[in-house]
Design a protein around this ligand. Structure first.
Ligand SMILES: C[S@@+](CC[C@H](N)C(=O)[O-])C[C@H]1O[C@@H](n2cnc3c(N)ncnc32)[C@H](O)[C@@H]1O
Length: 200
């Protein structure tokens, strides 16, 4: 496919570029960011977009097929500034490492049964859909630089106020940067920074 001018190969074990991926890309203006991190890189579509504008992009996933495919896609688009690694959310990142930009399009579907296939890890958000969102928010304050910005995709399938209440209580500020109404849900992109940062 050639949307956003990239050559993107796909794999049945990897989340393909989708409406939520493109909504995030449209929400992010990747200027003035020295070091970026994408959690859950999937096919690499978002990190490829970032890597055209940002010096260094770190990108992780728990799905080894995603890491392999993203590497191939970076190569096919002549991008050599994307560093791919395994991580369960922030688990592999050394404490004290800070990023100016952090992006996450999490698995967010509410599902009762555990994931069975590796591709299920792309969708499975736990019983209420919020498992990965909560884990991301819990780590965010430790890895976002003082003037940094994070972009989080969330669906109306998991209550937006759970996230906004958490942010307000934990000294973050946020803005809803994009919304997209689909048949059974509304997608939101939240732009998040520390409260003391007056960037927006
Ligand atoms: C909805 S897909 C998004 C993929 C890609 N960023 C995009 O927007 O097209 C979610 C991705 O997060 C990955 N993932 C799931 N659980 C994760 C975890 N605990 N830590 C890191 N990545 C995870 C999945 O393997 C999948 O690649």
């Amino acid at each position: 496919m050639e949307r956003f001018d990239f050559k993107i190969a796909q794999d049945e074990n990897v989340y393909p570029p989708s409406e939520d991926s493109y909504l995030l890309i449209e929400a992010i203006n990747p200027i003035n960011f020295g070091k970026a991190l994408e959690i859950g890189v999937g096919s690499g579509i978002i990190s490829l977009h970032l890597a055209r504008k940002i010096d260094t992009v770190f990108a992780c996933d728990i799905n080894p097929y995603s890491l392999f495919l993203s590497k191939q896609n970076a190569f096919a688009n002549s991008l050599s500034n994307i560093y791919l690694f395994y991580s369960n959310i922030f688990s592999s990142i050394k404490v004290g490492t800070l990023f100016d930009l952090i992006v996450f399009n999490p698995p967010y579907l509410p599902v009762e049964s555990p994931p069975r296939k590796i591709i299920d890890l792309s969708y499975h958000g736990g019983v209420d859909g919020g498992d990965h969102i909560r884990a991301f928010l819990d780590g965010l304050g430790s890895f976002l630089s003082n003037n940094g910005t994070a972009y989080l995709l969330q669906s109306s399938l998991y209550p937006l106020e759970n996230t906004t209440n958490y942010l307000e209580k934990n000294n973050f500020r946020y803005k809803i940067k994009k919304t997209l109404k689909l048949d059974f849900e509304i997608l939101y992109v939240l732009e998040i920074s520390f409260f003391k940062n007056n960037k927006f």
